[in-house]
Structure formats: structure tokens, C-alpha cells
Write a protein that binds this ligand. Sequence first.
Ligand code: XUL
Ligand code: CO
Length: 437
Amino acid sequence: MSAFPDIQKICYVGPQSKNALSFRHYNESEVVAGKTMKDHLRFSVAYWHTLRGTGSDPFGPGTMLRPWETGSDNVDMAQKRVRVAFEFMEKLTTPFFCFHDRDIAPEGASLAETNKNLDAVVKVIKEEMQRTGVKLLWGTANLFSNPRFVHGAATSPNADAFAYASAQVKKALEVTKELGGEGYTFWGGREGYQTLWNTDMKREFDHLAKFMHMAVDYAKQIGFKGQFYFEPKPKEPTKHQYDYDSAACINFLRAYGLADHVKMNIETNHATLAGHSVEHELDYAGAQGFLGSVDANVGDLLLGWDTDQFPTDIYIATKMMLIILKYGGFTTGGLNFDAKVRRESFEPVDLFHAHIGGMDAFAKGLKIAAAIRAEGEIDGMLKQRYSSWDSGIGAEIEAGKQNFASLEKYILAKGDATPNTSGRQELLENIVNRYVF
Ligand code: XUL
Ligand code: CO
């Protein structure tokens, strides 16, 4: 039985389309900058929001109308829900999905029973993946909902909570491997603290590193070749999250010998919560060689929390695609819509509107970014701005042929620095607008 009987496969119609259930820009087989849009964008549906989001908020319960949900959260329902998920992705034509272990299957009375539940649901997921060709971008474990993780998981002061989390990630890695997942993401949830009065920060960092190393070792042991990702988030739920931003995460990975095994999964709304723009976070990770994957959403700058809205802002999408292209595009990563429909958007069709809007925004952003790069005007201005480093004293400094004493001599002889030219920010913004509209 169809969960979306009135909705056909979403097709590309073109920019003039007024059909809300069509793509105006996402034309999966269209080649842009040497690759199809499908291969550039690698869109993914986030199981936790799209299939499990209820619309509850601190002031009230869920509002979502999901006719296929029959009330009881058991394995039978979880298996039925998988069929709904894949009908949705098939109609939407997203090539990937992502999940947490606990989104897809209910917890049982013991870990053994929980794992059995998971296996029963994974069996159906496997069937549906084969039937539809939809693939797994990455898997992860929910180490934050159950009260046993009240003080964190890998950074909990309770060694048993750490042990439980280890057992859970072991199983999540096995399942991710079984489903051919191209990656595995660490988002710790409660890995952070509320007050230093009760927190041994150094010890908690050491434990988090131990935990990640164990995951890397176990992946090797079972032959899981997917890419590990670390997802930064500065606040929510704890006051001081250890994975604050790209810089904090990369420093942690380097300090603990994990740099060769883990890349970043950058989320737009998490970037803005950290006081950064997403392009800053992407460029920072890219410059350090850690750009892996993206959780595509947006926050609301007037609200200070993780609103996880669908991304429809063409400037943000363009800037993100410019940076993703600059670093060579996705390999194992992709654009995972870690986003939820608003509580007021409670009908199933809203899930389609939301994803279509996000996919079209990034498709258009990709085309604009590719055009900007092909014409090279902005790149040329950037290069020009740094041209004092291409020859003469600049090139010598870069080549390590100068030192403080020789530079003092140089400036004493020269008298003063050559005046800088204008930064031309407004002109650059106008040039970008020329491509956008
Ligand atoms: C939470 C968040 C997570 C991760 C995966 O803010 O973004 O859903 O993406 O655990
Ligand atoms: Co996320």
C-alpha cells in the first residue's frame, strides 16, 4: 500500500515550472563542470527527521499527520516505516539516506534484544535498498536520547555508560558495513559539560579519543572501509560541546592521532550557532584537508537554537557549492538534509515540498558556482590581491629564503610598504549577484 498515493515521482520540468511537485533546477543527469548533478550533490534524506520527526517542541506534543504510523513503536511498525521511507526516496529521487541506529528500530529490554530488533529492520532496509538503488551515505549511533547517557557517552564520568556506548557503536558499525554505508558519523550529542565544578575535561577528552580509536580499530577489524566523520556543534544540548567547530574538532583529531581516519561533517545551523558562517566552516575544514560531508539545513538568525530548517537560501547554497567545488567536490560525502519541516507543516506532502526546495536550491547553487568558477573573474581578483607573493620579496618569504633580519634590511632600504589596493568587497558582491539573477 502506498503511503503517498497522490504523489508521483518528482521530475525535472525546468525553471518555468509552476508545478510544486517538480524540480525547477535539479536535473539529476545534467552535466555541470564535468559531472552529473546527481554525482555532485549526492543528496541524502535524514531518517531521524523525515521519518521520525513528530513536530513536538518544549510547549507541546507532536503535530505531524503520518497516516502510516499505527501508534505502537514496535519492530513491525519499524519495518513498515522502512517501506514508507523508501517509497518517499524513490519518488523524491534522492540517491542516499542517513540514519541513527535508534531511528530505524526500537530499543528492547536488553542490548541483545535491541540488536535483534535492529537486525530485523536492517533486513528490510537491505531489501528496499536493492529494490530502489538508494544507498547509505552514512550511519551513526544515537548516544544521547536514552537516560543512561545523561552525562554523555564517550565522555561520561560513568565507565559503564562508555562501555554501553562502545557496544552500541560496534553494532552500528557492523550494520553500516552490512548496508554498504559510505561513511560513519560521530556526533556525540552530550559530549561536553555544563559546569567545570564536576568535570575533568582533560580526562573526558582522553576518553573521547580512546573511543574514536576503538571505532577506527574495529572498522579495520571487520573490513569497514567507509569514511569516518566528526560533526561539530557548539551548544545544545550541553553548554560547552567538545566538538564546538571545525577548528576545535580538527585540533582534537590531530592532538590524538586521529587525523588520518576522520574528516568533518559540517552542518550549516551548527556553524551559525558557533558564530561562524557555514562557508567559513567549510573553507576552514577544506584548507586543513578535512572536508568530508555536509549536513544541509539552515538556522534562523533571529533564533538562537538549532532550528534545522530546510535550506532554500540561494546565496548560502551558492557559497557552499563554491567551496565544495574548490576542494574537488564530494568523494564519500554528500548533502544530507539534516532538516525538519516546521511543526505547523504537518501534512505528508510538506515533506516533499521541503526536500524539493532544498534540492532545487543546491542544484541552482551548483550551476551558479560552476559558472562563477568557469569565468574566473572572482578567482582572478583574488589572485591579483595576493600577487605581491608571486614574485620578489613575497615569493622569497614563501620559499623560506628570508628571515626577520633580512626583512628588516629590506624595509629599511625600501622606506615603507607599498600601499594596499582596495578590497573591492562591494564590487565582488555585485559580481556574484550578476550570476545569481
Ligand atoms: C544534531 C545533529 C545530529 C547529527 C547526527 O544536531 O545534527 O542529528 O547530524 O547525529
Ligand atoms: Co547533523
